[in-house]
Design a protein around this ligand. Structure first.
Ligand SMILES: [Zn+2]
Length: 206
């Protein structure tokens, strides 16, 4: 009887968590989308693997807007690289524990826009798949990562302007400290979510 009750409560929370995340959709890897989901590897500022597997989930409105970005980038001969998308709240705690500095990691209680499905960490490659130079690697907590950083080369400034123009034209807005991070308009009001994706339904390359 007790086991049935525990099972019932567990199922309730599983369904509740998925219902909360009903607006999230998966962005599969494709010829226009390259996955570099760093928190599914040890190659990130924590030095630890945070996600069990790489998947990029976003709010459905973000997907619609990103489709526009992909089309624009494609017309100019570029592809998009996704470093991070929806980030379940429990993982935000792990990042905060590794770097409790609100300039770079949003306090989990306040909640990252990533945990609302409204933020993207994004870069670009050229047509051959070479990542463009934006001045620093992803997730560098350096002043050089800041939007208006000094000491960037003409090419790095040009690349940042290109990334900005693509994202801004589709309704995204950048933040001061990270060249790679963009929030979708209005997403600050979306709910924080803790739902985690299943690694059994791995996105297949198209
Ligand atoms: Zn971000």
């Amino acid at each position: 009887m007790k086991a049935v009750l525990i099972w019932g409560i567990l199922m309730f929370f599983i369904f509740e968590a998925r219902a909360q995340a009903k607006d999230l959709v998966l962005l599969n890897q494709s010829k226009s989308i390259i996955y570099q989901i760093k928190y599914a590897t040890k190659d990130n500022f924590t030095g630890k693997q945070i996600y069990d597997c790489p998947q990029c989930w976003v709010h459905k409105d973000v997907k619609t807007a990103l489709d526009k970005v992909i089309k624009l980038a494609d017309a100019k001969g570029y592809k998009i690289v996704l470093y991070d998308c929806y980030r379940p709240s429990p993982y935000q705690w792990k990042l905060w524990e590794a770097k409790p500095d609100s300039r770079y990691v949003m306090h989990p209680k306040k909640g990252s826009i990533h945990s609302r499905g409204g933020a993207l960490d994004i870069g670009l490659t050229d047509g051959k798949g070479n990542e463009l130079d934006f001045g620093t690697p992803y997730d560098s907590f350096l002043e050089k990562s800041h939007r208006n950083a000094k000491g960037l080369t003409t090419a790095q400034i040009k690349n940042r302007k290109l990334l900005d123009s693509l994202l801004y034209s589709a309704g995204f807005v950048g933040i001061r400290t990270e060249w790679w991070h963009f929030d979708y308009k209005g997403s600050r009001a979306w709910p924080l979510m803790s739902w985690k994706w299943s690694c059994e339904s791995k996105p297949k390359p198209k």
